[in-house]
Design a protein. Structure first.
Length: 256
């Protein structure tokens, strides 16, 4: 198989079997959408014909071909397996079986606790780069995914309900002393507003961490204004100092 990335080709070719092939691979995230920075990993989704190999199988193969392994796990509740390994750069791979992948668009009508994951999957796929698609299945599916009136109605109803509850809490948090609770509620509200704003434009929302760099409008202006007032470096330094006093420091572990 040829994805155009030799590290992936070598790894996935070793994992494939006669009865379980990779039917598609695509890259998503900042590395593939011209938002790359010093912290960007190579994020790739692998779609398998049937069940993806277990994390035990995957880590054995990665070690055998000489890759530096960091974190391998299977997450049944989000229907995928995750790998993090290193070959000059950090690779983050998500593995999913085709029967789950090709129902992403149907799942969003039934939002659960992992609603952001569900929505980001679709945006990541639509804005990402198809690397391997020998039978054109990924391309065909990409052209099928749309924000239909029904999808928009379902999402607006559910997320709007959560938003209105948080707006009620925000009113209380605004007049009460203290900022910690206010900041927590504000973060949730900004997430909901970013999702609803994109839905109004007929688009699936992506990761909130890139929202200001990819979008425009009143919400982006608000976030840019907040950033100017936050003094992030000073605040972060104080947080680090308090953490170290308690015996904690930033993790160096790389997670999938």
């Amino acid at each position: 198989m040829k994805t155009g990335i030799e590290v992936l080709d070598k790894y996935l070719s070793e994992l494939q079997t006669k009865n379980n092939k990779v039917i598609g691979v695509y890259g998503q995230g900042s590395y593939f959408t011209k938002q790359k920075d010093e912290f960007s990993d190579i994020d790739v989704i692998v779609v398998w014909q049937s069940s993806y190999p277990s994390y035990r199988q995957r880590i054995i193969v990665a070690k055998e071909i000489g890759y530096k392994t960091h974190d391998f796990k299977d997450l049944p509740y989000v229907q995928k397996g995750l790998d993090a390994f290193e070959v000059n750069e950090i690779y983050n791979l998500g593995h999913i079986k085709s029967s789950d992948f090709f129902k992403f668009d149907k799942d969003i009508a039934n939002l659960g606790d992992y609603y952001e994951e569900q929505l980001m999957r679709l945006e990541g796929f639509l804005s990402g780069k198809i690397l391997y698609d020998p039978k054109g299945k990924l391309d065909k599916y990409r052209n099928k995914i749309k924000i239909t009136p029904r999808v928009k109605k379902v999402l607006r109803s559910q997320i709007g309900e959560w938003l209105e509850e948080d707006l009620k809490l925000l009113k209380k948090a605004t007049v009460r002393a203290g900022s910690a609770y206010y900041l927590r509620i504000l973060t949730e509200i900004i997430t909901y507003l970013s999702i609803l704003t994109e839905l109004e434009k007929g688009k699936f929302p992506g990761s909130i961490k890139w929202y200001e760099t990819r979008k425009n409008g009143e919400l982006v202006d608000l976030l840019n204004d907040l950033e100017k007032k936050l003094e992030k470096r000073t605040t972060s330094q104080k947080i680090l100092t308090i953490s170290r006093q308690l015996g904690f420091k930033p993790s160096t572990k790389i997670e999938a």
